[in-house]
Design a protein around this ligand. Sequence first.
Ligand code: BV8
Ligand code: ZN
Length: 261
Amino acid sequence: MGDNQIFSDELLHRLRSSRSLTVLTGAGVSAESGVPTFRGKDGLWRKFNPQELATMDVFMRDPQLVWEWYEYRRRLIQDVQPNPAHYALSDLEDKFDEFLLVTQNIDGLHQRAGSRKIAELHGNIWRDRCLRCDRVYDHKEVDLGEIPPKCACGGSLRPDVVWFGEALPQEILSQAFQAAQSCDFLLTVGTSALVQPAASLPLLALRNGAFVVEINPEPTPISERVNESIRGKAGEVLPRLVKRQYFTTDDHGPAQKNREQ
Ligand code: BV8
Ligand code: ZN
């Protein structure tokens, strides 16, 4: 399918003339890096009940079990690499007066692909946080000899991610809402649009008159409501969108950003 069949003239015109782009990503953006999604057929959550494990009360009752689950997930993703979807989004961020990449992902792959303007709604699996003094640690510096590991203050550490029933970090959430309310283009990629409050961001952008485009191989609850829903994989569609949007066919590719080798 040629590019011009995927991207309507209106989509390209609106993206080219946009001064403020907000992107929302979910687990589907990391799927082509080999990171299992939550609800997909290979879903991470097929084997476990995430509503259970990703909660404070299970952690308080059985910190060992929850720590083991996160260690299992860290081992799954420690050797994966960013994929073309991550790099395409990193290429986009300097092309708009205002840009914010709002991610639900906790794998840190956007940062490794060179993205800087990021709001991590659900935290980051490579950080741990003290339950007592809130000090945040780089997971690499945490001694797992004891589970749960201890903070210098003696408190127990937990993964620095947002569990079900927990509030999202206030300043990051308001940054994301602000971006959704003020952007003129919002791209939502690789998310099943089920988890709140992240899932309300595209609808907020629609209400503010932004042009909203979804990229997902499957339909989602918002597919009928966005301006355009593209049935495709992030790693295939995003690089073509970035190329089409900035360069006619005879231009060179986007300037190579300093990328992780
Ligand atoms: C809160 C971090 C309140 C941890 C996560 C009704 C009943 C019960 C609860 C609720 C309810 N309504 C709302 C709630 C609250 C709940 C919620 O939304 N539940 C849902 C399930 C109904 N939300 C919360 O609890 C949030 N907190 O509301 O607090 C509050 C307020 C004030 C004070 C106190 C409390 C907290 C939500 C955050 C939970 N943490 N993760 C961890 O990961 O261990 S959620 C988890 O789901 C991940 O963060 C993930 O990112 C997120 C969303 O999933 P997706 O990213 O969309 O991934 P998924 O697998 O679902 O979909 C992948 C998609 O990719 C698919 O559509 C697939 O088609 C597509 N895809 C596949 N391959 C590709 C692709 N796309 C493109 N390219 C490909 N190649
Ligand atoms: Zn502490």
